[in-house]
Design a protein around this ligand. Structure first.
Ligand code: BG6
Length: 651
């Protein structure tokens, strides 16, 4: 539906259709070296259950899996697809992961779940996934038409190639909290080239030493990283300048040329726009005018653009047009930090590297999907900015759409950037456009009032610094979306996202359908169960699956149990910011984890009708939820109207 016909509908709808609110009624091998082959179940299980151990050992042997000294080369499962398949040469096609699952399922039924999970390889923490992903991608891409992955990225070294990282907005918060620590972590992991330098650019009047100490004071310098700190510090440079002034860019060009000479950075520049959005188009235009964007003679020039990318569909299209006047699409890296999260990247691995889930990942088996993105923080020091944006723009076209598209997309034909992004774009384009009536019935907005959080009294959104006392900006959004394709037709995707909610928690819950008839309808239910697969994004990172089980005892009673996997227990704690993989990927020219122009616009296309209706019909009863709650009552009603309810999320 066009914007104008949508707008003209709004007035009609506003008078005729009751609003919902009135009806009463969402590694592997870090530099750390080779990982050990993990010890598997049989030996561990022996102590507590000899029969179980025998059964497991027999099952492994029967499947033809290699088992020497109770070790199987399971670490292979995390390496390239080809090697993984070779790890079980005689397994008659039964994947190792399926066996693991069956084993764990079997053990859980016999109360052996804990030893089984313990026995499955604990691993060291790290950003080895960078290496693993690169290796896998390199293998696969050799067979495809990958264009700009560094040809010279050596397997032996794996560091990114020479380049200068030009950081616009270098004195800002993002540099301190995320970018500098992420670059330093890459340096520690030896993933930066020796021929590497950073130039910070901002309007602040800083001397070189001042800039260096400002940046290094935020680095996660642990024991043993003093040498790396010195290595990193010496590669930091600073250039003061106003982004509107062409002189800034002339000076920058000269500075870069001299750094190329001193640091051998070979004319490769990564421009990172960590600035206010109003500077994005301007900086790109200035880079073009100063001849800093041209790629020639094997030198690359790339530009990373932070969010928000526009404030609606029109402005996103305009920004895309402006930057594409200067840059080619393959030079543009639109960043969404959610794609740097391990658990978000794992959605693809989980779905497409395990044969057992894909067959049931569709409308035949899935009842609905719930995405919850709850924050306990308020707007903190960003009140002035946030009040002009609101949660819908801040979270939905970007982060929520990433979670949704990775959950709902079809399998890409390879892990090449465009193959993955084509599938994400396709599913975003399949989201049923919301009419004005739909917006009124399927969307909920809220704003937090005062309340109790973690035992402390916290103030209302309207009392936050920089926020208008009459503000009508939303700090909570819930929405129901439908996806019009063969896989998902008729399966609603609900999501809710908000600030100052009861818990910090982000998850994607796949709610499977009930069984076709209730065989155990006469058995007393200890606890009502549903089959739910939950992908936990943060703060706990993991996956859990709940299913029904007989409660032990002489009577037949049915209960609900969980099988769960937690990243930290399995792989160890991760001290990374989430930006490491994204920065590294920019340096090697891999755009898989970045948004393409069409994806960004598709996200805005979903949100635009909601923005229009909400603008035309301002909220009447803000604030409408207490800090520390799960949002406005209307969010509960959104699901209740469909005979469903949000998952109860507990600490
Ligand atoms: C940012 C939003 O993009 O994401 C913030 O602008 C929000 O308002 C943040 O708090 C949430 O990120 P995370 O990684 O803490 O979930």
């Amino acid at each position: 539906m066009s914007r104008s016909s949508r707008l003209s509908n709004i007035a009609r709808v506003a008078s005729g259709v009751p609003m919902l609110t009135r009806m009463g009624g969402i590694a592997r091998r870090l530099s750390m070296g080779e990982e050990e082959s993990p010890t598997y179940l049989p030996s561990r299980a022996t102590a507590s259950s000899p029969n179980l151990a025998k059964a497991c050992a027999a099952s492994l042997e029967n499947s033809g899996l290699e088992r020497s000294s109770n070790k199987i080369a399971a670490s292979e499962t995390f390496r390239s697809g080809r090697r993984r398949r070779r790890a079980s040469p005689d397994s008659n096609g039964l994947p190792l992961c399926l066996l693991q699952h069956l084993l764990i399922l079997f053990c859980s039924m016999t109360g052996e779940i804990a030893p089984a999970l313990r026995a499955v390889s604990p691993r060291k923490p790290g950003i080895g996934h960078l290496l693993w992903r690169s290796e896998q991608k390199l293998t696969e891409m050799a067979a495809t038409t990958q264009t700009n992955l560094e040809n010279d990225l050596g397997y032996a070294e794996r560091a990114a190639g020479p380049c200068v990282f030009v950081l616009f907005g270098a004195a800002g918060d993002l540099t301190k909290r995320k970018l500098a620590p992420a670059l330093f972590n890459l340096a520690k992991a030896k993933l930066l080239s020796d021929n590497f330098a950073v130039i910070g650019v901002s309007v602040d009047d800083l001397g070189l030493e001042e800039f260096r100490s400002q940046v290094t004071s935020f680095l996660p310098v642990g024991t043993g990283s003093a040498d790396t700190l010195e290595w990193f510090r010496k590669r930091l440079f600073y250039e003061r300048g106003d982004f509107a002034d062409p002189d800034t860019f002339t000076k920058l060009r000269e500075r870069l040329a001299s750094l190329d000479g001193e640091q051998h950075t070979e004319g490769n520049y990564l421009f990172y726009l960590a600035t206010a959005p109003k500077f994005f188009a301007q900086i790109v235009q200035q880079l073009g005018a100063a001849a800093l964007s041209r790629q020639e003679n094997g030198r690359w020039r790339r530009v990373v653009i932070e969010k928000p990318f526009g404030h609606d569909l029109d402005s996103a299209q305009t920004l895309n047009r402006d930057i594409k006047n200067v840059l080619q699409e393959n030079q543009i890296y639109r960043i969404d930090h959610y794609l740097g999260k391990e658990t978000v990247q794992n959605i693809m691995v989980f779905r497409f590297d395990n044969a057992i889930f894909e067959p049931i990942w569709n409308r035949r088996y899935v009842d609905h999907v719930q995405i919850t993105n709850a924050e306990t923080v308020g707007v903190e020091r960003r009140g002035g900015y946030f009040d002009t944006v609101g949660t819908l723009r801040d979270m939905v076209p970007n982060h929520v759409m990433q979670l949704l598209s990775l959950t709902a997309m079809e399998s890409p034909v390879s892990f090449q950037a465009d193959a993955v992004r084509n599938e994400q774009a396709k599913v975003l384009h399949s989201i049923q456009p919301l009419s004005s009536d739909d917006v009124l019935q399927r969307s909920v907005r809220g704003q937090y009032g005062p309340g109790l959080l973690g035992g402390e009294r916290v103030s209302a959104y309207r009392a936050e610094p920089g926020v208008s006392r009459e503000s009508r900006s939303e700090t909570f959004v819930a929405l129901k979306l439908n996806i019009d394709n063969w896989r998902w037709a008729g399966v609603p995707f609900y999501f809710r996202t908000g600030k100052r909610l009861a818990l910090r928690h982000t998850e994607i819950a796949i709610q499977f359908k009930r069984m076709p008839f209730e065989l155990f309808r006469n058995a007393p239910f200890h606890k009502l169960h549903t089959n739910t697969l939950v992908i936990q994004i943060q703060p706990v990172e993991g996956i859990s699956l709940s299913f029904g089980a007989k409660v032990p005892g002489p009577l037949l009673r049915v209960g609900s149990v969980d099988m769960s996997f937690e990243y930290s227990k399995y792989f160890g704690a991760d001290a990374y910011t989430g930006y490491e993989v994204l920065l590294y990927d920019c340096m090697i020219g891999d755009a898989t984890l970045f948004q393409r122009a069409d994806m960004v616009e598709a996200g805005w296309r979903v949100v635009d009708p909601v923005l229009d209706v909400w603008r035309a019909l301002p909220p009447r009863k803000f604030p409408n939820y207490a800090s520390g709650s799960w949002g406005p009552a209307e969010a509960e009603q959104l699901l209740e109207l469909d005979g469903r309810q949000w998952r109860r999320i507990e600490p």
